[in-house]
Design a protein around this ligand. Structure first.
Ligand SMILES: [Zn+2]
Ligand SMILES: [Zn+2]
Length: 374
């Protein structure tokens, strides 16, 4: 491991123009903080939206809210990770992208830390022109502030496996496991075959779903899902562009044509919600998980909620416990699914190409290989 005094960083200074690599000094960690050497940094659909100015964020920032790497320097008072495992320099780690404030109504009274209104999020709302500056993972080093949830990777989990689902992994733990409570024998529809859809389908499988129907596209993403055993049936939205036809295909694939017990919306397109309600059975559940970016209103028929007695659910990102759940589930996920197949690697210098490939859906999961160990 080489400790450099300066770190390269991919900085977003203006929307919709190519990102540039800049340099910043790597500070010594203060009390309670950790400086990590980034190994692999994920590129997420949200990064595309950030680049296009579709979320309210400050500028400039270093992008990157997904990362794994190694401990470079421990600040005073840091001896363990989030779970109490001892932590030493050189240890392989992952870290949660967000730090809830820990003292607001949502953090303390409601106990819903995902709803904290002043949470800090690496790669999203921590300015590059304010100390400690290195607050995104698209860089050689990241400064993990006091309060960060850091996890030493289990010995049987590789960095590739830990980054393969990116933020979609803990997002699915929150939405699919915690919020919908999928149970054994359920028929589950997943709308969307990007990382959130794939992660949600994987967790539905692990939770014991009898049948997982993946509705998405393009075909290359569905093919990859099929090859690694994600989804029992696959419906290509480009081959079947008519939503009514897709609803019919889904109903045909459910017991008694009653519809799905649970519909997981992971598509991000507002119009997917109306379609998802049609796919759910009477008394079924619908979770909106993919509407992370506000893309505006969409026509809906509320009569369906009443007539079908639908449970309409929402889930926003994840908190530390969901990240922990994902880390703990990784050995089982990796044993069942070839997670490394999801990844396409790019050098840090090619961040713009990685972002463009993500935007076009050409790859499942672009990952910036930041390692200087070669
Ligand atoms: Zn993300
Ligand atoms: Zn809070």
């Amino acid at each position: 491991m080489i400790a450099e005094s300066h770190s390269r960083a991919v900085v977003l200074r203006a929307f919709n123009v190519p990102l540039a690599i800049e340099s910043a000094p790597v500070p010594e960690p203060g009390p309670g903080a950790v400086v990590a050497q980034v190994g692999l940094a994920g590129v997420c659909g949200t990064d595309v939206h950030l680049h296009h100015g579709q979320l309210p964020i400050p500028l400039p920032i270093i992008l990157g809210h997904e990362g794994v790497g190694r401990v470079q320097r421990l600040g005073d008072g840091v001896a363990t990770d989030f779970t109490g495992h001892s932590l030493r320099e050189g240890d392989a780690i992952a870290w949660s992208s967000n730090i809830p404030c820990g003292h607001c109504h949502w953090c303390v009274v409601a106990g819903e830390r995902t709803l904290c209104e002043t949470r800090k999020v690496y790669g999203v709302n921590q300015r590059f022109d304010e100390l400690p500056r290195l607050s995104g993972s698209w860089a050689d080093a990241i400064y993990l502030q006091p309060g960060s949830a850091i996890f030493r990777l289990p010995d049987d989990v590789t960095p590739e496996q830990a980054i393969a689902l990116g933020c979609a992994g803990p997002t699915a733990v929150h939405g699919v496991i915690d919020v919908t409570g999928i149970t054994a024998g359920d028929t589950v529809v997943v709308q969307g075959s990007g990382p959130v859809g794939i992660a949600s389908a994987m967790y539905a499988h692990l939770a014991g779903a009898a049948r997982v129907i993946l509705v998405g596209g393009p075909a290359s993403r569905l093919d990859l899902a099929r090859e690694i055993g994600v989804g029992d049936a696959h419906i290509d939205i480009f081959a079947f562009p008519d939503p009514a036809e897709r609803v019919r295909l889904v109903l045909d694939a459910t017991p008694g044509r009653r519809g799905a017990d649970v519909v997981l919306e992971c598509a991000g397109a507002p119009e997917a919600v109306a379609e998802g309600w049609e796919m759910a059975r009477r008394g079924g559940s619908f979770l909106a998980l993919g509407q992370y970016t506000d893309r505006g209103p969409t026509p809906l028929n509320p009569h369906l909620i009443t007539r079908k007695q639908l449970r309409i659910l929402g889930s926003w990102g994840f908190a530390e416990k969901h990240y922990l759940g994902h880390i703990q589930a990784l050995p089982r996920l990796a044993a069942r699914f070839d997670l490394s197949r999801l990844i396409t690697r790019y050098p840090l210098e090619d961040a713009n190409r990685a972002l463009a490939d993500m935007a076009a859906g050409r790859v499942m999961k672009p990952v910036l290989d930041v390692s200087r160990e070669s």
